[in-house]
Design a protein around this ligand. Structure first.
Ligand code: TRP
Length: 329
C-alpha cells in the first residue's frame, strides 16, 4: 500500500465543514492507503494560540477524529511535536527552498495581512510551507488529501522535492495532492456565501445538539434567495441547502426533493427539515462515540503516544538517510 499523509491544525471546535472537507475522506482512505494523520501543533504556533489551550485542544480534536472513525488499528494518528524530526527536516529543506516561491504563497499573503493588523508577521508564517513539505517528505508519502486552498503548498512541496533530489540524489518521491472535485472541496456556511467557519458563526458544530442543528438549518440557513413565495419554483442548482442534501441525503430522496422544489410542490422549510434530520442521523453516532471517549481521556492520549512512537521510528530512518545524503553526521 502507498503511504498517504495529511495534517490538520488543532482546533477544539470542529464542524461539518471540517468533516466534509477532510475527516470523512480521511476515514474512507484508511481502506486503501497506509495513512499517517498528523495534528500539526508546530504549525499552530504561527497563529495566536494560548499556551495553556494547546493540550486540551489537541485532546478534543483527537477525540473527535477517533469518534468519526479514524481507526488506530488501520492508521497512525499522532501529534507533530512528538516527532521533532519534522523541524529538523524542515530546516534542511529550507536550504533548498527559494525565497521567491515562499513570497508567492496566497496563504502567506492573506495570513500576514491579518497578522500585521493584529501585531506583527512572524517568520513562521513565511516558512510554514517548508514545515508542511517536511511533514509529507519525512514519510515519503505519495498521496496527500487536502482542500483546494492547499494546492499551492503541495505544488511547492513537489518543487522542494525536485530541488532536494537534484542536489543530493534521488531520495524522495514527488507527492500528489488528492483534492475532491465536488463542492466538498470548499464547503460553504449556512449563509451560502463564505466558507464554513466557527468565527463567522455560519457553521454546524459537532458540539451542537440535535435541536440546535435543527434550529440552525431550518431557521438560519439561506436557500435560493430569489424564491420569495412558496408558489415560486425553486432553483436547486443555486441553493446551498440542496448542495447539502448532496452531502447528507440518499440519491432517491435528493431526486425527489429536486423535482418537488422545481415544481413548487414543497417549500424551503420542508427541504431544510429533511436536511436537518439527515445531518443529525450522521452526527448522532459520532456524538455518542465522542461522549464515550471523553470519559476515557487517557485512552485517547495512549493512542497519540503509541502512534507517535511508531511514527518517530519511521521518521528516524528517513533522517538517517537525509543526514548521510547531505553530509551531516
Ligand atoms: N496546512 C494545512 C492546512 O492548513 C495543514 C497541514 C500541515 C498539512 N501539514 C500538512 C496538510 C501536510 C497536508 C499535509 O490545512
Amino acid at each position: 500500500m502507498d503511504t498517504l499523509f495529511s495534517g490538520m491544525q488543532p482546533t477544539g471546535s470542529m464542524h461539518v465543514g471540517n468533516y466534509l472537507g477532510a475527516i470523512e475522506s480521511w476515514v474512507d482512505l484508511q481502506e486503501r492507503y497506509r495513512c499517517v494523520y498528523c495534528i500539526v501543533d508546530y504549525h499552530a504556533l504561527t497563529g495566536q494560540v494560548e499556551a495553556g489551550a494547546m493540550q486540551p485542544t489537541i485532546l478534543e480534536m483527537a477525540t473527535w477524529l477517533l469518534a468519526c472513525g479514524i481507526d488506530p488499528a488501520k492508521s497512525l494518528l499522532f501529534v507533530q511535536s512528538d516527532v521533532p524530526e519534522h523541524t529538523e527536516l524542515g530546516w534542511i529543506l529550507s536550504t533548498v527552498t527559494p525565497m521567491g516561491e515562499l513570497s508567492r504563497m496566497t496563504q502567506f499573503k492573506e495570513k500576514s495581512k491579518q497578522a500585521e493588523l493584529a501585531s506583527f508577521v512572524n517568520t513562521g508564517l513565511y516558512t510554514y510551507p517548508i514545515l508542511q513539505a517536511a511533514d509529507i517528505m519525512l514519510y515519503k508519502a505519495k498521496w496527500v488529501p487536502v482542500g483546494e486552498d492547499q494546492r499551492q503548498h503541495l505544488e511547492l512541496t513537489r518543487e522542494i522535492t525536485r530541488k532536494f533530489n537534484a542536489r543530493y540524489g534521488d531520495t524522495f518521491p514527488e507527492c500528489q495532492p488528492l483534492i475532491k472535485d465536488d463542492k466538498r472541496a470548499r464547503v460553504l456556511g449556512l449563509d451560502g456565501e463564505a466558507k464554513m467557519s466557527k468565527s463567522l458563526d455560519n457553521h454546524l458544530a459537532f458540539t451542537h445538539t440535535a435541536d440546535e442543528i435543527k434550529h440552525r438549518v431550518t431557521r438560519t440557513m439561506v436557500s435560493d434567495t430569489q424564491r420569495a413565495r412558496l408558489a415560486d419554483p425553486g432553483r436547486p442548482e443555486v441553493c446551498n441547502v440542496f448542495t447539502f442534501h448532496g452531502f447528507f441525503s440518499g440519491t432517491e430522496q435528493r431526486a425527489d426533493i429536486e423535482a418537488k422544489c422545481r415544481t413548487a410542490q414543497i417549500g424551503c422549510f420542508h427541504c431544510k427539515s429533511a436536511l436537518a434530520e439527515n445531518v443529525n442521523a450522521r452526527l448522532g453516532p459520532i456524538r455518542e462515540r465522542a461522549e464515550v471517549l471523553r470519559k476515557r481521556p487517557d485512552d485517547v492520549r495512549d493512542v497519540l503516544r503509541d502512534c507517535g512512537l511508531q511514527v518517530r521510528a519511521l521518521a528516524q530512518v528517513t533522517m538517517d538517510e537525509v543526514r548521510s545524503r547531505v553530509g551531516l553526521r
